[in-house]
Structures are given as structure tokens and as C-alpha cells.
Design a protein around this ligand. Structure first.
Ligand SMILES: *[C@@H]1O[C@H](CO)[C@@H](O)[C@H](O)[C@H]1NC(C)=O
Ligand SMILES: *[C@@H]1O[C@H](CO)[C@@H](O)[C@H](O)[C@H]1NC(C)=O
Length: 574
């Protein structure tokens, strides 16, 4: 699925799309996301538009999150069975894929009370964490007796959160599948897991549902399908390519839909909670910012290939986007008419993951000169147009720091400020209905195939120390202020911050165009470069007329590159 189709096929896909839209009224919104690229991107030189001083609605659900495998540790303690990630990290240690294990990680299974203290420091209103399926059911089978130590652990955590007035947001499956299910069934390749997941979900709703009102069935199934079963970079490390990923995605979608129906039928009447699924994506802008029909089509297909793959069935018409059907042909499994009916509309809100993991892959999805851009405002606008204005939770927002970055994580503050302001702009200027933002993550943890080489926590952990002390980073202090202010009510916070940022931080990530100063600096450099370039060209023409043109071109090119590069400090590595 990492390949784009050829242009003639694209034409066919557009025609097909119009046909489908014309025929199926219920799905008439699908494809509407294209309009976002027709709207001009904000003029970055206009200060009023590039940063919005305003507050979030009262009751906005500020939060942060972690996942079980990344933080819990205690991988074989108190009856827990191994997960595919335990197996994967243990068997790949020393290879390129992993250099560490998460056997202890942030030790949150033991130090969960310190996590709650960290939440209190931040003043968050919600905390999302995931249940470890193999900790609750070491044999993966929810028909059997649950591990009492695990039930007690999660019950204690939930009680404590409620006592502190922090809303628990609970994810059932954040990638740590019981290893035994991988061995017996081939994991998510096997549709037996759809039923097993439904039973596990029903157990969790039954056991914790009187206290938990917001459920997320699974986190970013795109990465499970592509990295876990396609490229093999994630556990279980299978390299089944597009065919493997497509089958796995199909089963994940059906497992989610089953769990939602189980809740809807059996638990919602008494528990009155909400259930969704966290979907991840990247974002792209058209080639050289030119919104031609073709360019917009490439952008639309890039997002459909990642977010639409899962969101079209679940939030749309119960089926895959037409562009995916054309691209993958017979490889793409199909939903029966009955399945389409029970897959569609199986959520109570839209939950979005917008972080570095999708962007690393997103780069492989742009082949026609589009720019990958971490623009949270634009993707929120796209979701509104494409899926009929759903309520949206940003379930995972944030970036990462190199592990060498300690507690003074200045770049992380800058990015956090930008992402949260983009959410505010989406709400106030574009009318997107966002009700929650979760800054990822609470504490430093095990970052999957990156091990401990990157950090995503608001709280710093020195993994060489047994006590795993949680120390607030500067980003934690900043987030605390944003929550206290419920946004950016005046110039106070922003002036403070601007004073602290040297020019190079504006180049933090792939997208440079949003930063006024960066653009000005870059523009200035370009101007100087152009003048030098012209001077050089004239010089060359005068002195080396009729001489080896190829050699001269090389000199000019090199000169240009060096000059431009000196104005562009190191980009954040993806
Ligand atoms: C699913 O698992 C069952 C039981 O192990 C096995 O018989 C079947 O072949 C598996 N199907 C696939 C598609 O792997
Ligand atoms: C954690 O351990 C380190 C050294 O082992 C020590 O310096 C530090 O004070 C300890 N922190 C706490 C909170 O006990």
C-alpha cells in the first residue's frame, strides 16, 4: 500500500468516486475532505492568523496518556503472560530493530501512584492508559478466569483517578497482543481474533465499566497492520507486505466494530459511556502549494491510504475508499453487505493520533512532490469535511525528543504550543468540534522500535536508576500553564516563550512554512542567494563563455546549496 497508482488509473478512480457519490446519498460526504486543499493555507506572515489568543470552551478535556507496554514493566510479574512485544524485543535485542527491552520500562506497574502524582502536578482532567491484555489473560482467552492481580491493579488505578477527579480514558488494546494468540492463530491475520477480542472487550466493560465512561478499543491500527504485519518493524515482526497488512486491517476493523456493538447492546443502557477507536495519520500539502485538481487528488489519496483505510468503513459507509479498491484490487478483502451495515457508524466520537510515528511512514506515501506537514489544524478540518463534523478527541498529540535531551525540552514546548494552538484555531476559526486534547505522553517510556533512544514524556525518567524518579520537564510546566489558563488568553505566555527561543528552534520539524520568523529568515537567505546566484551567473557568462557548461552548472549548484543550507539549521530527524 506504499505505492501510488499511475495517473490513468487515478482518472478512473475520480470517475468512480463521482459515480459512488452520486448513487449513495449516505456516503455523499466521503471525499468532501478535498475541499480543505482548495481553501488557501494561512498566510504565514499575518501574525493574527498564525497564533490565536483565545481560550478553550469550559470543560475542555485536557489530558495526557501512556500505554501499558511502554511504561508498566513487570513483564513477567504477578501472573502476566508475555505479549508479542515482549517476545519481539527479547528476540531482537542486539539487532537493528531493538537495543533494549521494556522489562522494567518506567516501572509504572509498581510506581502507578507516582504517575497519579504527576497527573496532579499537571492538573489534567483526564488520563488515558491501556489495559494489558496478557496481564489480564495470560492465555489470551477471556472465557477463562482473569488474573486477579491484574484486575486489582487496574481497579486501584481507576479508583485513585476518580478520587482525584481525573477521568480515566481506557484503551483495550495498545499493540501488546498476548504472544500465545500469535503462536496459536497467527495473531491478527486470523479472524478468530475478532471473536476473542470481543470477549476480552466484554470482560473489560463488565469489570471496569461502572467506573470508566470513555473507552478506546484500540490504538492506531494502521501501525499494527503496516509495521507489525507488513514491514515487520513492529511486533510480531511479520513481513507480509501489502497482502498481510490488508488482511490484518480487515480483522482489526471488524474486531473494533464487534466490541462497539457489544458495548452498545449490553453495556450502554446501564453504563452510559462512549466508545471509539484511535486512528493515526500524517498530513500532506500539494506540490509547491499548487491546488490543481491532480495535486489535490494525490493529497486526498495519501490521506485515504492511511486514515481513510480505517475511517471510511467506521465513520463512513462501512466500506474502503474507492482509491484503495483500485490500488489493491483483489488483495483488498471485502465487507459483505451485512458487514458494511454493522461496521459503519460504530463510534461515539472521532479519536485522532497525530504524532511522529505516522509521519515517519507518511514520507513513503508522497510520491508526487507533496509536502508532509504536521499541521493539526488542517487534518482536523479535513476530518470535519470528510466525515460529517464528528466530535473529535485528539487522543495523542505531541512529538519526540532525542534521549540526550533532558528536562529542558525547549523544542517540545514550542511544538506543544503550536499543536495546541492549531487545535484552538480549528475550533474557533473552522468550527471543528474538538472536546479533548491529550499531550503524549505522561512519562518517558519504551518507544517501540526506537527503544529508549527517544523520549516523549512530560516527565523525565533516568532509566539507569532503579527508583525511576519522575521529574517534570519544562514542557510539563508549560502544559500545566496552558491547562490553568485553559488556552492562550493573552500575550503573557507567548512573549515569555518567544524570548526563550533561538532562531534555529523554528526549524524543529519538517514543516517550515508556518513559522513567521523562519520564513522571513529563509526568505532573506533566498534573496541573498538569488542575488549571489545572478552575480555568479553573470560572472560565469562573462569569463567562461563557451566553456564547459556542465562544469559551471555544477559549481553554481554547489554554491547555491551551501548558501541555502547555512540558513537552515539542522532539521529534526524523523
Ligand atoms: C486460524 O487459526 C485456526 C486455529 O489455529 C487455524 O486452523 C486456521 O488455519 C487459522 N487461519 C488462518 C487464516 O491463519
Ligand atoms: C533515586 O536514586 C538516585 C541514585 O540511585 C538518588 O540520587 C535519588 O535521590 C533517588 N531519588 C529518590 C526520589 O529517592
Amino acid at each position: 500500500m506504499l505505492h501510488h497508482q499511475s495517473p490513468p488509473r487515478q482518472l478512473l478512480s475520480i470517475c468512480l468516486l463521482f459515480l459512488v457519490c452520486g448513487v449513495n446519498k449516505a456516503a455523499s460526504l466521503l471525499g468532501g475532505g478535498r475541499r480543505i486543499w482548495q481553501q488557501p493555507k494561512l498566510e504565514p506572515f499575518n501574525k493574527d492568523q498564525s497564533f490565536l489568543h483565545d481560550t478553550f470552551p469550559s470543560g475542555f478535556l485536557w489530558g495526557t496518556g501512556t500505554s501499558a507496554f511502554q511504561t508498566e514493566g513487570a513483564w513477567d510479574q504477578e501472573g502476566k503472560g508475555p505479549s508479542i512485544w515482549d517476545h519481539f524485543t527479547h528476540s531482537t535485542v542486539g539487532t537493528d530493530l531493538a537495543t533494549e527491552t521494556a522489562n522494567v520500562a518506567s516501572d509504572s506497574y509498581t510506581r502507578w501512584e507516582e504517575d497519579v502524582e504527576a497527573l496532579e502536578y499537571l492538573g489534567v482532567i483526564s488520563y488515558s492508559f491501556s489495559l494489558s491484555w496478557p496481564r489480564l489473560f495470560p492465555d489470551g482467552d477471556a472465557k477463562n478466569q482473569a488474573n486477579p492481580a491484574a484486575v486489582e491493579h487496574y481497579s486501584r488505578l481507576i479508583e485513585k483517578l476518580l478520587e482525584k477527579k481525573i477521568e480515566p480514558i481506557v484503551t483495550l488494546h495498545h499493540w501488546d497482543l498476548p504472544q500465545v494468540l500469535q503462536e496459536h492463530y497467527g495473531g491478527w491475520r486470523n479472524d478468530t481474533l475478532v471473536g476473542l477480542f470481543e470477549e476480552y472487550a466484554a470482560f473489560c466493560f463488565h469489570t471496569f465499566g461502572s467506573r470508566v465512561k470513555i473507552w478506546l478499543t484500540m490504538h492506531n491500527p494502521y501501525l499494527v497492520a503496516v509495521q507489525g504485519y507488513g514491514t515487520g518493524v513492529h511486533a510480531p515482526g511479520e513481513t507480509g507486505g501489502a497482502a498481510g497488512s490488508l488482511i490484518v486491517a480487515h480483522n482489526l476493523i471488524r474486531a473494533h466494530a464487534k466490541a462497539w456493538h457489544t458495548y452498545n447492546t449490553h453495556f450502554r443502557p446501564t453504563q452510559r459511556g462512549q466508545v471509539s477507536i484511535v486512528l493515526g495519520t500524517h498530513w500532506v500539502e500539494p506540490q509547491r502549494g499548487k491546488s490543481t485538481v491532480d495535486n489535490i487528488e494525490f493529497c486526498q489519496q495519501s490521506i485515504e491510504a492511511v486514515l481513510g483505510w480505517f475511517a471510511n468503513p467506521i465513520f463512513g459507509d462501512g466500506d474502503y475508499p474507492p482509491s484503495l479498491k483500485i490500488k489493491h484490487g483483489a488483495l483488498l478483502p471485502s465487507f459483505s453487505p451485512e458487514e458494511k451495515l454493522w461496521v459503519q457508524k460504530t463510534t461515539d466520537f472521532f479519536a485522532l493520533s497525530f504524532g511522529p510515528n505516522n509521519f515517519r511512514l507518511g514520507r513513503g506515501l508522497v510520491q508526487y512532490g507533496q509536502t508532509v506537514s504536521p499541521d493539526l489544524r488542517r487534518i482536523l478540518g479535513w476530518i470535519k469535511l470528510e466525515y460529517g463534523d464528528p466530535r473529535v478527541m485528539v487522543a495523542e498529540g505531541g512529538w519526540f525528543s532525542e534521549s540526550s535531551v533532558g528536562r529542558e525540552d525547549t523544542v517540545a514546548i514550542y511544538l506543544m504550543k503550536r499543536f495546541i494552538n492549531q487545535v484552538l484555531q480549528a475550533m474557533k476559526l473552522d468550527g471543528v468540534n474538538v472536546f479533548s486534547y491529550s499531550a503524549w505522553s505522561l512519562v518517558d517510556g519504551f518507544e517501540w522500535n526506537y527503544g529508549f533512544t527517544v523520549r516523549r514524556g512530560l516527565f523525565y525518567i533516568d532509566f539507569s536508576q532503579l527508583n525511576r524518579t519522575r521529574t517534570p520537564k519544562t514542557s510539563a510546566q508549560y502544559y500545566k500553564n496552558v491547562i490553568t489558563d485553559n488556552g492562550f488568553p493573552n500575550d503573557k505566555t507567548s512573549r515569555e516563550l518567544q524570548g526563550r527561543f533561538p532562531c534555529e528552534f523554528h526549524w524543529g520539524i519538517a514543516d517550515s512554512t508556518l513559522q513567521n520568523k523562519a520564513v522571513l529568515v529563509f526568505g532573506g537567505c533566498l534573496l541573498i542567494t538569488s542575488v549571489m546566484f545572478i552575480a555568479l551567473v553573470i560572472f560565469v557568462i562573462i569569463t567562461k563563455r563557451n566553456q564547459r557548461v556542465r562544469g559551471v552548472n555544477r559549481i553554481i549548484k554547489r554554491r547555491e546549496r551551501v548558501t541555502v543550507c547555512s540558513c537552515r539549521p539542522v532539521k529534526y530527524k524523523l
